[in-house]
Design a protein around this ligand. Structure first.
Ligand SMILES: NC(=O)c1ccc[n+]([C@@H]2O[C@H](COP(=O)([O-])OP(=O)(O)OC[C@H]3O[C@@H](n4cnc5c(N)ncnc54)[C@H](OP(=O)(O)O)[C@@H]3O)[C@@H](O)[C@H]2O)c1
Length: 209
């Protein structure tokens, strides 16, 4: 596939680019700071720009089969509209380019998944994480209501541990554990696989290790 990766300089995005290249996909990345990518070789097309700019997103998205977003705010507790603005930019670019497939990395605890979180996590999600989670929730409402073929992915707490080569899609969310974790490498594997599998279109996936 021809894949556009958003958030390619982040820790999950890096795994995602590597995963896609291992599988023989053609990868485009839209990054604010190309130098931060390090050496990626000539199999990656680098577009410099901002994921909240409709024009930049359109430029990177043109000619792709699918977009995978691993955008995030790093350690910041403020969203500054990143998710809502990039969701809007994606919708607009999708209309202009005809590229409709989107796999979007959210966080367990956002939107409807909040109800099944452990009480201690709910306390964090409702206070320190509140601003980021509210922006993510609003962005996902936009995505769900828009015309794209979306998959919304809700990983539990992320680790930088090695890929276990396995992830669990949680069907019974009433049993979510406080300690549920998944490595960014395994999340990247799921994001990549979902982009290739039409059965994930218009579905949510809560994933854990
Ligand atoms: N921490 C957890 O336990 C946890 C659990 C579940 C889900 N999540 C979510 O998983 C996602 C990925 O997290 P992560 O820790 O792997 O990555 P991260 O450190 O949040 O990396 C974010 C990436 O997004 C890029 N980005 C931010 N704003 C951008 C913009 N305006 N235009 C273009 N690129 C932009 C960053 O680029 P720059 O290099 O230019 O800054 C970076 O590549 C986040 O949404 C996070 O909330 C986290």
């Amino acid at each position: 596939m021809r894949l556009l990766v958003l958030g390619a300089t982040g820790p999950t995005g890096r795994h995602l680019v590597a995963q896609a290249l291992r599988h023989g996909d053609t990868v485009t990345v839209l990054v604010r700071r190309p130098a931060a990518l390090g050496p990626v070789g000539d199999r990656v097309r680098v577009v410099e720009g901002d994921a909240t700019s409709p024009g930049d997103v359109e430029r990177a998205m043109s000619g792709q089969d699918a977009v995978i977003s691993a955008l995030g705010r790093g350690r910041s507790l403020r969203a500054h509209g990143l998710f809502t603005r990039s969701a809007d930019a994606l919708q607009e670019a999708a209309r202009r380019t005809g590229v409709t497939r989107l796999v979007w990395m959210s966080s367990f605890g956002v939107g409807d998944t909040f109800a099944s979180a452990h009480v201690l996590l709910k306390a964090a999600y409702g206070t320190v994480m509140r601003d980021v989670f509210a922006d993510k929730k609003a962005s996902e409402a936009t995505i769900r209501a828009g015309g794209m073929d979306w998959t919304l992915v809700y990983p539990t707490t992320l680790t930088n541990g090695p890929a276990r080569g396995a992830y669990r899609v949680v069907e019974d969310r009433t049993r979510m554990r406080l300690a549920a974790r998944i490595s960014r490498a395994d999340v990247a594997a799921f994001l990549h696989a979902a982009a290739h599998e039409p059965r994930w279109i218009h579905r949510d996936a809560v994933i854990t290790g």
